[in-house]
Ligand binder design. Structure first.
Ligand code: PGA
Length: 275
């Protein structure tokens, strides 16, 4: 697990956008896994800027969103479908048929979820999955107690999540109590995961997720099992990490190693590695 600590939200968002843009440039028909919530807003703003100013091309990119509230129509202002169009899709050149978001109105949710899994497979799997982390440690809507092998399914939201989400609705009664969400097992199959966290509110849960035991009680901790995870977080969110200094050291040393291996001598420790 690579942990990149950025000074603030802006730095986190720009770093995340660089990584996603690199995937898009290297593989123009890549499959992006996308998240909603306040965390990735800056990432999406930066991707829009890169599209407009640098010609970052999304015309062949496919996307799969992690989750959607169950019971909200796609044109509801609080639906994740609406969110994604408002904050990303309406501002880039993605083909509408390449956008996939769980259907919050699927009457047969089980059949829909199986179909969503099949669609991800048919698209060749997710190249990079963007993730936020919930106050209760969830990734997507995999609430505490979700199986670490879970697949896309209908999930009942915790009271904490409902409370967290209430700020977007005019009353508690209006906040959806269910969601369709990719499972932890679905997420772990992405080739790479990009976990973003900012703000002091996430400090404790981020430490639990990346330095605590792997547990279904903090489903983000399952990312410790994934071979290719990048965590990008700001100073505030990383304030409770025990190994923060080491993560920064790893980043510096990785750069240094690249320089050493690219240098004419190409050697380490008196003759270790030579051309
Ligand atoms: P947030 O939500 O980005 O709005 O903090 C994260 C999440 O619940 O996954």
């Amino acid at each position: 697990m690579r942990v990149i600590v950025e000074k603030d939200y802006d730095g986190m968002s720009k770093k995340a956008a660089q990584i996603v843009a690199e995937v898009v440039r290297e593989k123009p028909d890549c499959v992006l896994g996308l998240a909603t919530g306040s965390t990735p807003l800056g990432l999406y703003r930066e991707l829009i800027r890169m599209h407009k100013e640098e010609g970052l091309d999304f015309s062949r990119v496919k996307t799969f969103n992690l989750d959607e509230y169950y019971g909200l129509p796609p044109n509801h202002p609080q639906s994740y479908n609406y969110f994604m169009h408002q904050h990303l899709f309406d501002h880039i050149n993605i083909a509408p048929q390449n956008i996939n978001i769980p259907n919050g109105l699927a009457r047969d949710a089980e059949a829909f979820c199986a179909e969503y899994e099949r669609m991800i497979k048919d698209a060749g799997g997710i190249d990079i999955q963007v993730l936020g982390i919930g106050g209760d440690g969830h990734i997507a809507f995999n609430e505490p107690g979700s199986s670490l092998g879970s697949r896309t399914r209908l999930k009942t939201l915790t009271e904490e999540t409902i409370r967290d989400n209430a700020r977007f609705f005019s009353s508690m009664e209006e906040v959806p109590k269910f969601a369709i969400t990719m499972g932890v097992g679905t997420i772990l199959e992405a080739r790479r995961c990009l976990l973003l966290a900012n703000g002091s509110k996430k400090a404790k849960v981020l430490a639990q997720a990346i330095e605590g035991p792997i547990t279904a009680q903090v489903t983000a901790s399952a990312l410790q099992l994934h071979p290719n995870v990048i965590v990008i977080a700001d100073e505030e969110a990383t304030s409770e990490l025990k190994r923060k200094d080491y993560y920064a050291h790893v980043e510096r040393m990785t750069e240094k190693l690249k320089d050493i291996l690219a240098s004419a001598e190409g050697l380490i420790y008196g003759g270790g590695i030579k051309e």
